[in-house]
Each structure stands twice: as C-alpha cells, then as structure tokens.
Design a protein around this ligand. Structure first.
Ligand SMILES: Cc1cc2nc3c(=O)[nH]c(=O)nc-3n(C[C@H](O)[C@H](O)[C@H](O)COP(=O)(O)OP(=O)(O)OC[C@H]3O[C@@H](n4cnc5c(N)ncnc54)[C@H](O)[C@@H]3O)c2cc1C
Length: 391
C-alpha cells in the first residue's frame, strides 16, 4: 500500500466524528461553533486555507440590517442573530459589530422602501421615512434625486466580516472542534446509521453531515438538483475626495435602488476607504470558472454610479474585489435536511444577503443535524418549495 493510501487509511482511523462539516466559510464555521458548544465531536473540512478569497465570505465588512426588505419573515431571524453576534463577541473578546444606522434610497414604490417599511411596521421597528430634501439635509454626502425617498433605520450597521469568521473558528476550536483546511470532500453516501465521506485525504465516517459549501453547493449536492446559480459580483473600495462627509457618524450604511441597478455601501473605514458594491446583475459562472480579474471598464462603471449619488466619494480606487453570490430563483436561502438522507443537513443559496444571519444559520443547522427539526422560524427557507427530491 503506497504512502498516500497508508495516510488515507490513517486518516479514517484517526478521524471519525459525530458531525462532519463540508466547507468552513462563515456558515460552516458558525455551524461548527454551534455544534461544538453543544458538546458534539465536530470535524470541519475546508478545501482552501482560512480566509481564502475564492468563495463568498471574504472581505473586511458586511452589512447587517433589521427592517428587512426581502421579507418580514427574516426579521425574527436577524433579531436572533444580533443577540448571538453579541454573545460571540463577548466569548471571543473580538469587536464584531458596529451600529451605524442604515439608509435605503429609492423611488417610493421601490422594494427597498416598501419591503423595509412593511417589515418595520409588521415588527414594530423604529424607522423614519424622509423625502429627498430632508435626506440631503441630513446626509450631505448623498445626492438624492427629487423623486426619491429614504427609509432610515436605527439598528443597521457593519459586521467586521473577517473578525466574525475568526471568532467562529476560535469559538469552535475552543469547544473542541477540529477544523482541517486543505482537505477537499469528494463524495458522501449513507453508511448504516451514519455517513461515509470521501476526501482528498481519505475516507471518514460520521453520524451526521452538514453541507455549507457556498458557491460549490451545486456540485457537492448535485444529486439534489437544487435550482442554484452562481454569480460573480463586484465591489470597489475608494478614497473619497472629502473624507469628512463619509466618516462614521456622518453617513450610515446605505442601499441604493436606482435606475442603474441595486447598490450598497459603507461609511469610510481605515484601510477600506468607502466600500461600494453592486447587488444585482453579475456574471453567471461556477465557483471554478469565475473570472477573478477586474477590467477597467467595470471599475469605471462603478465609479460613474457612485459619482452620481455620492459625488464626493468617487475619488481614487484603493482596490476592486470580486466575490460570489449563490442565487436561488426567489432570492431566499435554502436551509433544510436532505429529503432522503435525514443524516444530512445543508444551507446555501444565500443570494448575496446571508452573512448577517450566520450565527442563527449555525444554530438551525445544529438543530436540523442533531434533532431533525428546529424551533427557529425557518420553514419559509425549506427546499420543498423547489420540489427538491433526491435524484
Ligand atoms: C461582495 C459580497 C457582499 C456581500 N455583502 C453582504 C452583506 O453586506 N450582508 C450580508 O448579510 N451578506 C452579504 N453577502 C453574502 C454573504 O457574504 C454570504 O451569504 C456568505 O458569506 C455565504 O457564506 P457560505 O459559508 O455559505 O459560503 P462560502 O464562504 O463560500 O463558504 C463555502 C466554503 O465551502 C468550501 N467548500 C466547497 N466545496 C468544498 C469541498 N468539496 N470540500 C471542502 N470544502 C469545500 C469552500 O472552499 C468555501 O470556503 C455578500 C456576499 C458578497 C459576495
């Protein structure tokens, strides 16, 4: 038997677990921490090094918001996430969240406005609706068209994404989880009352399997035929011409629903400048074929839009960043157990807005993997809505 297979044989003997997690992006590390804190033997497997930039969780910042325009059903989940982010920050001694407030801009009929308002009214969230003149007066950085309105919410803010990712890894390891980077899962199948998992380092056996493979989910869960598509999206970091207009306290996180598309951004931060990203559009691709380089015309387009609505922001470009969204047809996540293999739970299709929910997704995955069900209000995220069944 060659060294490789000897090692692989050793890998199996060395490693069995209550739960194996495939993919240690923000969702996999959140699940690892939640399961390890409940005392389960967790083995997390990740094909790339920590904090790699090939998936969906990299970068320094993410937006968290409560008046959730996508659907009021997310509000209880994001409120739970606020609590869990705070607890994680306390346990790990890291600063994970900074409340800045949030402003959504669009025409009165824009879903960014009507959806956020419906969530705010349904859940009694503090918010204000401003006309264009009032919004311009309050936030001089913004050039708000006359026919636009603004919805202001108080609890929106910034998640320090890489710190959050580090905190989950620390928390999981502190509670006994083993996290292996550089190990690719190549297959899995039911084996007796558990799951046999094939990896680039050998086979492993586990009682339960959690799949959080991000933009690789279409491949890893190919047998489920989930209607997922991957999109390459773009972010630019710029040094504004007048920094004082964009500093914390002067400008909240912002969402723009404008004729040029859907955009979002952050106030100025050290080393980050002003971050500005596009939420809609994006090149269809797979996780393996995604184009990683950024063309000048793409940057020029982003600067042109930024310059139209935040004129003093469009200064020098610090860095462009590409990242991947995994889209579902309805833009809602898919979080469920495998229809035929109840030992397998999965979460994916976060459609560009999942990060803020990571701790509660971790909790839900732990419930689904161990108990087979969850008290959390996640019914609307079930795979059954796509008629998913094992093929
Ligand atoms: C530019 C951008 C901006 C965003 N902004 C926001 C925001 O402001 N607020 C917000 O809430 N959300 C935001 N999101 C969405 C959020 O970042 C994602 O929903 C979240 O990061 C998804 O995490 P994940 O763990 O599912 O995916 P990933 O981070 O991609 O993790 C999946 C992991 O699985 C690993 N993997 C896959 N297949 C295998 C295998 N076979 N073996 C081993 N490992 C494997 C991959 O290497 C990867 O590390 C944004 C996303 C992007 C791209």
């Amino acid at each position: 038997m060659d060294a490789g297979s000897e090692q692989r044989k050793g890998y199996r003997q060395m490693h069995s677990a209550d739960v194996v997690i495939v993919g240690l992006g923000i969702m996999g590390t959140a699940a690892a921490a939640a399961l390890a804190r409940r005392g389960h033997r967790v083995l997390g497997l990740e094909q790339y090094p920590p904090f790699h930039t090939r998936g969906s969780s990299h970068g320094k910042t993410r937006i968290i918001r409560e008046a959730y325009f996508e659907s009021p059903e997310y509000v209880p989940l994001v409120q739970r996430a606020y609590v869990l982010w705070e607890e994680l920050a306390e346990r790990t001694g890291r600063t994970l969240l900074r409340v800045t407030g949030g402003i959504s801009l669009g025409r009165p009929e824009s879903p960014f406005i009507t959806g956020a308002r419906e969530s705010a009214l349904r859940h009694g969230l503090a918010h204000e609706l401003l006309d264009a003149a009032e919004a311009r007066k309050r936030f001089p950085a913004l050039r708000v068209p006359d026919d636009f309105v603004a919805l202001l919410e108080g609890r929106a803010g910034i998640l320090f994404a890489e710190e959050c990712w580090r905190a989950f890894i620390d928390d999981a390891v502190a509670h006994g989880a083993r996290l292996h980077f550089g190990v690719r899962v190549t297959g899995f199948a039911l084996e007796g009352s558990g799951v046999a998992i094939e990896t680039s380092e050998g086979a492993i056996r586990a009682e339960r399997l959690v799949v959080t493979a991000g933009p690789w989910t279409p491949e890893v869960l190919a047998s489920l035929g989930l209607p997922l598509t991957v999109r390459r999206v773009l972010v630019v970091h710029v040094e504004p011409r007048r920094r004082e207009l964009f500093e914390l306290g002067q400008l909240p996180i912002f969402l723009l629903d404008v004729p040029e598309g859907e955009y979002y951004g952050f106030p100025w931060l050290p080393e980050q400048g002003v971050k500005f990203g596009r939420h809609d559009d994006g090149e269809a691709c797979t996780a393996e074929t995604a184009r990683r380089e950024v063309r000048d015309d793409e940057i020029a387009h982003m600067l042109a839009v930024l310059g139209r609505y935040l004129p003093e922001a469009a200064g020098s470009v610090l860095m462009p960043v590409t990242c991947l969204y995994t889209m579902t047809p309805d833009g809602h996540f898919v979080l469920d157990r495998h229809p035929e293999w109840p030992h397998v739970a999965f979460a994916g299709g976060f459609s560009g807005h999942g990060f803020k929910f990571a701790p509660v997704i971790g909790e839900a995955l732990a419930d689904l993997a161990i108990e087979g069900r969850s008290e959390l209000p996640i019914g609307f995220l079930g795979a059954g809505r796509f008629g998913t069944r094992h093929q």
